[in-house]
Ligand binder design. Structure first.
Ligand code: UTP
Length: 298
């Protein structure tokens, strides 16, 4: 089966980020850094590696720092050039977007992820597209979205990234009811948003990477307000199953960090610092000494 190439990605960044208040009162969550790169840069790098060339941000009030991040910074660049700091100029180069490659759409009210994605409907046209939630950071040898794009070339339909989670965490996720399990790919027969552990149809949870078709956006018009009083993306995807179209879960290779939560963000910070070429030796020494000191004090 030949499926159309995925070249567009939507980045919904219009959430309120309440779990990081007060920081997110004035800083978008997606600008928070893991070591030295903001969360949004990890998401963009992953999208680029998967062949994405058009980047659509669904933003809201107070997110202008995100728009500035992708602009050229003439004074800073001139100063670095004058000082011959080529390495820093190269790092900045990676933050630039070609004119026309990036679009910003406004979500005026945080009505939920499904609503945020539907705000980009008119920019999507008739093509499959990716959705990346930048607060889900995935450390992987081959970037997660790239793995999904390759799998999608075989399956078509709608595809969500999936991972196994512990029963006590399942109620935080959209959960898949599995029709058949074909290795990394599972065929989905139902999806439930934030079920209690006893009602969860499996332990396979949806996390923040999707490849969808415009039909999912069409479904949005008949999606009611769902779990948490929000318009949920999983509800619009689940309607594809009702229409007899394929929905697939993809078990990706990699480690996902929930950087929308304080614990997940701190775990990612430690993991990325321990993997950073300039920091790993001194930082691992620091952690080892700290753990030893804590043990000795107990
Ligand atoms: P979250 O569930 O993490 O919500 O959204 P949030 O508002 O960002 O953070 P908390 O829960 O208040 O701390 C998941 C993703 O969906 C986007 C968010 O920006 C995030 O990337 N989102 C969510 C929107 O763009 N609009 C919404 O109305 C809701």
């Amino acid at each position: 089966m030949m499926n159309r190439k995925v070249t567009k990605a939507i980045f919904p960044v219009a959430g309120l980020g309440t779990r990081f208040l007060p920081a997110t009162k004035s800083i978008p969550k997606e600008i928070m850094t893991l070591v030295d790169r903001p969360l949004i840069q990890y998401a963009i790098d992953e999208a680029r590696a998967a062949g994405i060339t058009e980047f659509i941000f669904v933003t809201s009030r107070g997110k202008s720092a995100l728009e500035d991040y992708f602009d050229h910074a003439p004074d800073l660049e001139a100063s670095l050039r004058a000082k011959g700091k080529k390495d820093l100029l190269n790092i900045l180069e990676n933050t630039h977007m070609d004119s026309g490659a990036i679009a910003y759409i406004r979500q005026h009210k945080a009505k939920g992820l499904g609503h945020a994605v539907s705000c980009a409907h008119r920019l999507i046209g008739d093509e499959p597209f990716a959705v990346i939630l930048p607060d889900d950071v995935i450390a992987a040898e081959r970037p997660c979205l790239q793995q999904m794009v390759e799998a999608y070339e075989e399956t078509g339909g709608a595809m969500v990234a999936a991972m196994e989670v512990a029963p006590e965490q399942i109620s935080s996720y959209g959960v898949l009811a599995v029709a058949s399990d074909i290795g990394r790919v599972v065929k989905v027969k139902g999806m439930v948003e934030k079920p209690t552990a006893d009602k969860a149809p499996s332990n396979l949870a949806v996390i923040g990477r999707y490849i969808l078709t415009p039909k999912v956006l069409d479904n949005m018009s008949s999606v009611d307000v769902g779990a948490g009083g929000e318009i949920q993306l999983t509800d619009a995807i689940a309607k594809e199953i009702d229409h007899g179209r394929g929905v697939y879960g993809f078990r990706f290779d990699g480690k996902r960090y929930d950087c929308g939560s304080k614990a997940g963000y701190l775990q990612a910070t430690v993991a990325f610092a321990l993997a950073h070429p300039d920091l790993k030796d001194s930082f691992s020494n620091y952690i080892e000494n700290m753990v030893a000191a804590r043990r000795a004090a107990q």
